[in-house]
Each structure stands twice: as C-alpha cells, then as structure tokens.
Design a protein around this ligand. Sequence first.
Ligand code: ADP
Length: 638
Amino acid sequence: MDIDAASDEDVFEDARDRVERPMWRLFTEYGRGQRGAFLVGLVSSVFARMLDLLPPLLLALAIDAVIQGESGYSLLFVPQGLIPDETTGQLWLTAGLIAASFAGGAIFHYSRNWGWNKFAQHVQHAVRTDTYETMQRLNMDFFADKQTGEMMSVLSNDVNRLEKFLNDGLNSSSRLVIMVVGIATYLFYMNWQLALVALLPVPIIAVFTKRFIETIQPKYADVRSSVGRLNSRLENNLSGIQIIKTANTETYESDRVEDSSQEYLDANWDAIETRITFFPGLRLVSGLGFVVTFVVGGLMVIGEAPAALSVALSPGEFVAFIIYTQRFVWPMAQFGQIINMYQRAYASAERVFGLMETPGRLAEADDAPPLSVTEGAVEYDDVTFGYDDDPVVEDVDFEVEGGDTVALVGPTGAGKSTVLKLLLRMYDVDEGAVRIDGQDLRDVQIPSIRQAIGYVSQETFLFYGTVRENIAYGTFDATDEEIRAAAEAAEAHQFVENLPDGYDTMVGERGVKLSGGQRQRIAIARAMLKDPEILVLDEATSDVDTETEMLIQRSLDELTSERTTFAIAHRLSTVKDADTILVLEDGRVVERGTHAELLASEGLYANLWAVQAGEIDELPEEFVQRAIQRRARTDADD
Ligand code: ADP
C-alpha cells in the first residue's frame, strides 16, 4: 500500500533503507520540544469531541423527561437539588446546557487547532532547517548524482507531508478514536441489542474502505507520475523556448504538451471516477443502516419488535440512536485517509532521516587543527583520483613555491578542474596526498582550507541580492569602500555604476541579467575582497572579450603577484607569464616548464600556442589524431 515506494523511482532508496523507526524518531527527536502543544492538542481534542457528543444526549433526555414526561429528569454529575421540578424550567435548563456545550465546544475546538497546528508547524520548521543544514554539508559527489529537483522535493514535499500528518493526521485519528469508542460505549450502554443493529454497517464500511484504498492508490500513483512527466516537459520547453522558436517546432511541441496533458487528464479522471463512486456508496451503506436502525428502533418504541429484540426503548433514546449512528460513519470513512497519510508521512520521514544519515566521504578528526598558511607552498604528491572507479587524474606530482603562479592547460576533460577541486578538498585523493605548507589536507579542518583559498570559476553564480551583497559574499564585514576598491581592481566598478541602482541593483535569478563577462568580474571582485592566501582561477576570464580580458589581466596580475595562484586557461596568452605551466592530457601531466621551455620542446603546448598565435593554421596531424582518439574514448565511455 506504500504508494511512494511502489510507484516513484526513489533516488533515496539506499538512504531510506538505513533508517529505522522514522516516525518514532520524528516524535522523540523533534516533537520533544513541543510537548506542551501536543498535550494541549490531545486534551482539547478529547474535550471538544465529548462536548460534540453531548447535545444529542441532552436532546434524548429532554424528549423523554420534559416533552413526553415519561421519566424523571436527572443529570449525571449534577445534584438532583439543582434541577428544577417543573417542565418549563427543565426545558430552559436543557437549552442552556446545549448552548453551553456548543460554547465550550467552540473554545476546545480552538485550543485543539492551536495545539496541533503549533506542534506540527514547529516540528516542520525544525526538520526543514535541520535537513537543509545536513544537506549543505554533504559531499559534492552526493550532489553530482542527484537532481536538484529531487532534493528540493525532500526539502519541500516531504517536509510538508510530515506537517500534514502531524496536524490533520493526528487530529483525525484522535477524533476517530474518541468518536468511535465514545459513541459505541454509549450506544451499548443504552441498549446493546439496538447498538448491535446500528453498528451492523461498520464491518461493511471497513471492507468497502479497504477496497477503495487498494483501488485508488495505484491510480493516485499514475496521477503523480503523469503530472511529473507533464511538469518536466513544460519546464524543459520553457528553458528551451529559443531553440523551439528558431527550429520552428512550436506545433510539434504543442502536440507533445497536449499528449502529456491528456495523459494526466486521463489518469486523473480515472482516479476521480473511483473517488466519486466511493463516497455516495458509503452514504448508501450508512443510509441502509439508518433505515434498519430506524425500523428496529421504531418497533422497539412501539413494542412490536421480534422476540430477540423486544426490549423497551424510549423515544428520546431512539432519537439519540439515530443521530449517533450517523455521526459514526464519517470518522470510519476517514480511517482510510488516515492510514494513507500515515504511510506517506512514513515514507517521507524515511527519506528525511535517510538523507540526514548519508555518510560523508570526507572525514575530519574532532581535534583536527586549522590549516595554517605561512608561505602558501602547495605540493601534489603522486595524486590519483577518480569520481567513480576509473581514475580521472593519475600520478599528478608537482610542487609550487609560495607566491608562484601555476597554469594548467590542456584539452577539455583532461582533468584540470578536478586537480584544483582536490586542492579545495571537495573530494579526497584516492592515492598520494595534497599538502599546503606541508600539512596534508586530510589532517586539517575543512572550513579552514576553503577560507584560505579564493575560487573564481568559469560558471559564476550570483545570488539573488544586490551587487554589493554579491561582492561581499563570504566577507560579510567588508565596508563600502573596500567593496568599491575590490570592484575597481576587478574592472567592475564602471559597469556597476551604470546599472540602474549602482551597487544596490538586484542581480541573480529574478534580478537584472548581467552578461557572462560582468558576472565574472563580480566574482573576481569577490575574490579580491576576500584576499585569500591562495587563489584558484578556473577559466576566470573565459567569458570576457579580449579588451576586457586585457584590463582584468592587469588587475589579476596585481592580485596574483603576492600569492600562490593556480590558473586554468584555454587562451594561452593569459598564462604565458606563469612560473610553471603544466600541460595535462588524459589526467596526466605530459609537459611542464615555463612558456619559453615548453615552446622550445615543441610538444602539445608549443603547437597549441602556434595555432592560437596564428602562426600555423591548424594543429599538426599527430595532435589532431590524438584528439580524435581521445574524443572517441570519452564518447564510448558515455
Ligand atoms: P577539465 O577541467 O580539464 O575540462 P574536468 O576536471 O572538468 O576536466 O573533467 C575531467 C573528467 O572528469 C571528465 O571526463 C569529466 O567528464 C569527469 N568529471 C568531471 N566532474 C565529474 C563529476 N562530478 N562526476 C563524475 N565525473 C566527472
């Protein structure tokens, strides 16, 4: 019956398997702080429901004692002396008590909702913030093989589902228990024979509800997967709208969207048909029960019931029976929904806790000291690393003195970015070691490594916020003057001044769109402001035009002169002054030296240089062949 597990392909399957008793944990770990609200919810539920049940009882009493004058008027827990003798007084007393039970009911309904909502909302808040915090700390490889959408779904859908269960689910189940137990007890107490007759539909309703759940759940699963497909199609088309227009495929795409939407409609309609049959069906069963209770009860009242059922029943009790029987059915019908809600919440709790328990691949000793950078010397000691089983970088071995600039060049996919990610300890090496000033990165605190390194990548991400906030991101205590100085040094100040609100212009998603070059200059300003000991430039100037690049290069020279710098570049002109140039091919360092040395050795670098400098038109055949072979290998891997 677990729809989530049965239908959706769950990327958190492994994580879910690790979790035991997730609902118990939800209550003990997160519910503990909200015990007060939980108790208010529970106790108020009991009182609210008991007060709900009171009016029919008072009504029965009034009919028998006051209207019919058949029996004496007495109330449980109320001393007989307080009850008026004459009928008018008794009628007023009954009316007053009914009004009081409605008023009391209203108050308890309020405090019940207050309690359950407070409990659920606070647990939801705590789970959400905790899950985000844990997710943020997971290793990069976790993010690489999960879709952002899937993680968003845990943070929003799963967390919301827990809230729904803790609020609606607990509320409905407490109502179910109180109403069913309360009503059944009272009916049996009044007249057990008629109680048996009145409760006759209950097993039928139970079987009926079970069948309904079994039928509807696979249908709901279909609805969910078809809505998933429809959303992906819509999302995909909206992001590819430019291609759709240029390829003139609007009609084709409209048809595809129509197909997906039709599929969704069909699935939904199928579920709707089942649902709209169930509730009238339930009504019919309870209606039949009503008729049978009415007939048997009626016969009892007029004293004509068949032998086994011939017991006395007063008209008041008869009315109470009829009303209570009706009240019994709806909580029963909700039973299925509660089970459903519980199962979905269970699967969600498993995913949430599973995620929280995802083991991190990066170990950090509790007593690890922070990295202490003195010279800024970096050493790659025979480093081998692969994201999966196959190594992506192999036997990379080099040393950089503090303050030097190292350039990494080579074809796309050679492993240049990977080498630098190891310096930031985004991943751990499989073999060998990376050291900064003699300290193995695995032996120091991870945040201290990232603090010491400034990273400017080819994809510059801007957060939704002002330009100022984006430059000061990570250096939150920077003054306006420092921010401006950093922007000036990154050649960003001028274009920022020209934006509608200058440094206060909102950028990033939903903000003003900046060009790739402008974004990159903001990222460079961010690095300048951070003033790190070591700088990593991963194609930092790839998105800017040659003229801007020249300007940035000047400021970069200033930024890099004093500190150890790693630069990845395709345009070799930007790195020719580096102290050392490492040429990577297929994850290995194939050439190394200064620009002059590499030119002299006439290898890959010298030829790439010649092509880029326009000295030769194309790479010599030997290098082209190597590139073709390499491409073929990577394509085959994919
Ligand atoms: P370069 O920076 O030289 O272009 P990369 O270091 O980005 O090269 O990539 C080297 C190889 O590693 C490529 O084959 C790439 O597909 C692979 N790769 C890069 N990042 C990941 C990742 N997160 N997971 C798996 N493979 C990756």
